[in-house]
Design a protein around this ligand. Structure first.
Ligand code: SF4
Ligand code: SF4
Ligand code: SF4
Length: 222
């Protein structure tokens, strides 16, 4: 049963990516199906052109080729709102090569849903908020906040590197809960203390290891 008569249009578009951010929608199909009450959804992932306007276009992936850069610009031209999903779209992710431009250097992005892959509840909340004309806001605190709330021992105290202090929370510190370090896949939190993080990394790891750690999902520290 359709509860809402005035649906908005929502298109899905893919640049260079592994596809797993959009797969989150398949893995949580029972939740995503409810979005059909709010949106007419158009899957453009196998197309390389956009021939009409949409209220919202969701972009997954990093623009690697000239064709993808042109497609991203076309998406911007044809969407009232552009949402970039995943670290690939946010900051290049694992696909970023030396001297390449990230998506936000190619087009203006209205909203980012961070992570590798994204959290399904975050994208659903974002789309529901935008449907009702509200701004969607990500949490501002660091992964450390969730990590400590979850009772984990701090890796920095054991002189192991961890990017939790500069990374935006929202993943429920999932890596730390399983004994892994935070590699910063959700990108920088606002006002992240980069200098302090660099000092800590210098103490806990070699320059090369620190550089590798902070560039896995895009350049977190320049
Ligand atoms: S952010 Fe991660 S999961 Fe999402 S498309 Fe990129 S590599 Fe895949
Ligand atoms: S282990 Fe990492 S995320 Fe957890 S409190 Fe320490 S620095 Fe922060
Ligand atoms: S703990 Fe860090 S690397 Fe792991 S999911 Fe959260 S932000 Fe990403």
């Amino acid at each position: 049963m359709t509860l809402i008569n005035n649906k908005k249009s929502l298109a899905l578009l893919k640049l260079t990516s592994c596809g797993s951010c959009f797969d989150v929608t398949k893995d949580n199909a029972d939740d995503f199906i409810k979005l059909h009450h709010f949106y007419n959804i158009y899957d453009l992932r196998n197309r390389n052109k956009i021939d009409k306007k949409y209220d919202i276009i969701i972009l997954e992936g990093h623009p690697r080729t000239r064709g993808e850069i042109a497609l991203a610009k076309l998406a911007r031209h044809n969407a009232k709102i552009v949402i970039a999903i995943g670290s690939c779209a946010q900051m290049g992710g694992v696909y970023l090569q030396k001297n390449e431009s990230t998506l936000n250097k190619v087009i203006y992005i209205d909203y980012v849903i961070p992570g590798c892959p994204i959290d399904h509840q975050e994208i659903i909340l974002c789309l529901v908020d935008l449907y009702w004309g509200k701004r969607f806001l990500l949490p501002d605190l660091s992964v450390c906040f969730e990590c400590q709330k979850n009772g984990n021992d701090c890796l920095l105290e054991k002189e192991q590197p961890c990017l939790g202090p500069i990374t935006r929370m929202g993943c429920n510190s999932i890596c730390l809960n399983h004994g892994e370090v935070c590699l910063g896949c959700r990108g920088l939190k606002p006002d992240a203390n980069i200098d302090k993080m660099q000092d800590i990394l210098k103490q806990n790891s070699s320059e090369k290891d620190a550089s590798n750690l902070t560039t896995i999902f895009g350049k977190l520290i320049k």
